[in-house]
Design a protein around this ligand. Structure first.
Ligand SMILES: *Cc1c(COP(=O)(O)O)cnc(C)c1O
Length: 225
């Protein structure tokens, strides 16, 4: 059994105080989340809407939930009322849907733009050139009920640390160039969510402000997702 409490204190001791730890609890039971909660952890990440809905009603209300997995537009309505941050916004269509659903309930929803930085084709995210070419005409500042708080990315799953470092450096550069071009006057655009159990140390060196860590806290997952 992983010692969840001491795993959290170990990871926290490795993080600069300005870096946010999102504990990724996907596939893990509510009892594990409670253990982390009792250790003071308040940010949790889930990648599936249904699983998130099943769990959140059984857990304390002051948990801040982050959606980190691909989100279908037709599911936005189920999470918009409570989600703390949607880290995995990967299309213009989704931006519009989140804004539309948020207007209905008079909420402003924090989002990150997920950017495709890995060599694997299976990972979701905007290609950076798409944002460079289309964000301007898309008129993102017109979407009053979303707040773009930064970027998120997943590096290639590889033991080649140079490759991973390069991809994280690229995401940091993307962040900076988006900030310079579109979000210069925004006080919200400040997060670079990168780094998981296997690569968070590299991500910190490349300027991560938010790490998403699952197996290092809760132990290995049985199913692959
Ligand atoms: C599962 C997942 C994580 C956490 O992965 P670990 O390797 O268990 O730390 C982080 N980010 C995303 C988007 C994930 O899907």
């Amino acid at each position: 059994m992983p010692d969840i409490a001491s795993n959290i204190s170990y990871i926290k001791s490795q993080l600069p105080s300005t870096v946010k730890l999102v504990a990724v609890s996907k596939t893990k039971p509510v009892s594990d989340i409670i253990e982390a909660y009792n250790k003071g952890q308040r940010y949790f990440g889930e990648n599936r809407v249904q699983e998130l809905l099943n769990k959140k009603d059984l857990l304390p209300k002051d948990i801040e939930w982050h959606l980190i997995g691909h989100l279908q537009s037709n599911k936005v309505k189920y999470i918009v009322s409570f989600i703390g941050m949607i880290q995995s916004v990967d299309s213009y269509k989704l931006l519009i849907t989140v804004n539309t659903e948020a207007i209905k309930i008079e909420r402003v929803v924090d989002c990150l733009l997920q950017i495709h930085i890995a060599t694997e084709e299976t990972k979701f995210g905007f290609p950076m050139h798409d944002l460079c070419e289309n964000l301007q005409s898309f008129n993102i500042s017109g979407l009053r009920n979303i707040r773009i708080c930064g970027v998120m990315g997943m590096a290639t799953f590889t033991s080649d640390t140079n490759q991973v470092k390069k991809e994280f450096g690229y995401l940091r550069d993307c962040f900076q160039s988006l900030k310079d071009s579109y979000f210069r006057s925004s006080t919200y655009f400040k997060e670079i969510s990168m780094g998981m159990s296997g690569d968070y140390e590299l991500a910190l060196k490349e300027g991560s402000t938010m790490v998403r860590i699952g197996s290092l806290i809760f132990g290995e997952r049985n199913s692959i997702q």
